[in-house]
Each structure stands twice: as structure tokens, then as C-alpha cells.
Design a protein around this ligand. Sequence first.
Ligand code: PAF
Length: 268
Amino acid sequence: MLVSKINEVKEQIKSWRGQTIGLVPTMGALHDGHKSLIDASAKMCDKTVVSIFVNPTQFGPKEDFDKYPRNLDTDLEICRQAGADLVFAPEVNEMYAECPAVTIVPPRQYTNILCGKLRPGHFDGVCTVVTKLFNIVRPDFAFFGEKDRQQLIIIKKMTADLNIPVQIIACPIVRAENGLALSSRNKYLKVPDAPLYKTLFDIKMCYNDGMTDIKTLSKGVSGANGLEYLEFRDKDDLSLKEIADDNTVVFAAVKIDGVRLIDNMELG
Ligand code: PAF
């Protein structure tokens, strides 16, 4: 079922009282990565709600909000096939009726790094809209992909720090055959190559062979074409690592064809 109003969601949720509810927040343009989140929720919860909302507050003024891919009909079919019980696809004025409005601001040491450094204010927008969705749906579980791992870590911290009664479930990255992490923005690529996956995989292999010095592990990669960052950080609090260990995640971003691709890999 498709609804676009907050009250309609609340009414539906009321009628499901006593059953476990899973929420999969998305911005639409759904692919197999999103499908895996919906599948996970449908397996774990009695009812699954998918939200489809291209959230303007997480886009910078020069970013791709206007041309972000939107295709509600295809998205609805994917949701149906994956076993979603309700799709919430609101308009912008339904989600942001009040202006100015209160926003959620996560600690800067979590947001001024990696993608947040390149996208000021992005995670404030993400945390604000996710909090709103949590308050509208009141899910028991919410499903996020490890592909956006910085987002996942920040959302986990936000729910813990604000005592939001939802359990965050992290779902593994879904990759194309060549290793490219699935993303709605892959549509913009001229050639769907997977340079980040190869780099991250090679680093993981070196770590498995016993190499832990970060300078040595990233040797030869730092100057690579289009690379925006390659950083070794803690998998729980995103602090920088000097020596790689099993709690280390390598985060990378590259710009190809004007598109920023992000990826990450746990070394442990
Ligand atoms: O990961 C996304 O698609 C978005 O950042 C999210 C979590 C749906 C919030 O708009």
C-alpha cells in the first residue's frame, strides 16, 4: 500500500499494534542493495515500512537534488516483490511544514570527516529526516546499508545518545559482479568500473598477509586519479587509526564522470 501523508502512516501503524515493525528509509531509485534491506526487514519483522523521500535538507546547494533519479512506479514494484507492507512517499511540504524548524546536529568529529567534509550539513539533514521518520513510524528495527557506513555509524550514535527506542540493523554492501558497490548514482557512470573495490580489496589482502602500517598499506594509492579520500578509521567511533587492526575500516571516495563513488571495507 502507498501513502503520502503522515497521518495515514500513523493510522496504519496503529492497526498493527502488537506486531514488530521494520523501517527501511530510502530516497527511492531502488536497486538490489535496497531490496536486500527490505528482504532483511520482511524476514525479521511482522510488518515492513519503506519510506521513499528525496530529502532536500541533506543536499548542498550545488548538489544533485533536482536531478536525483526518481521513479516511483518501479520502486513500488520492487517494494512489492521484496515483501514491503507499506510505502510512505511524502511530498517535501508534508515532511517540512514548519520553517524554520528544529534540526539534529551530530557531533562534528563524526561529520567533519570523510563524506561530511565534502558535504557540509549533509549529516544534519540525514539525522533530522531519520529522526522524523522514526517518530512517524515508531519502528522496532530500522535497516541501513553498510555502503553508507559513516551514515550508519552516525545514526547508531544518534539513536543511542537520544535514547530512541529502535534497534539499528546494519546490512552488508551489495556489489555488482565486478565488485562495484550498488548505488542509485551508478546510473550516471559512463563505464560501471569498480576501481575502489579493487583498491580496498588489495589493501585487505595486504593486511591479511600481516601488513599493518597505514602508510605502507596506502602506498601507491594516495595519488590515484580522482581519489577524494582514502582513510583508515575505527569501525565504531570513526577515529583515525595509525596502525591497522581488526577494528579498522578503510573508507574511500573517488570522483568519476562527475559522480562521487564511495565504498568501504572492514579489515577484520
Ligand atoms: O541513505 C539514504 O538513502 C538516505 O540518506 C536516508 C537514510 C534515506 C535519509 O534520507
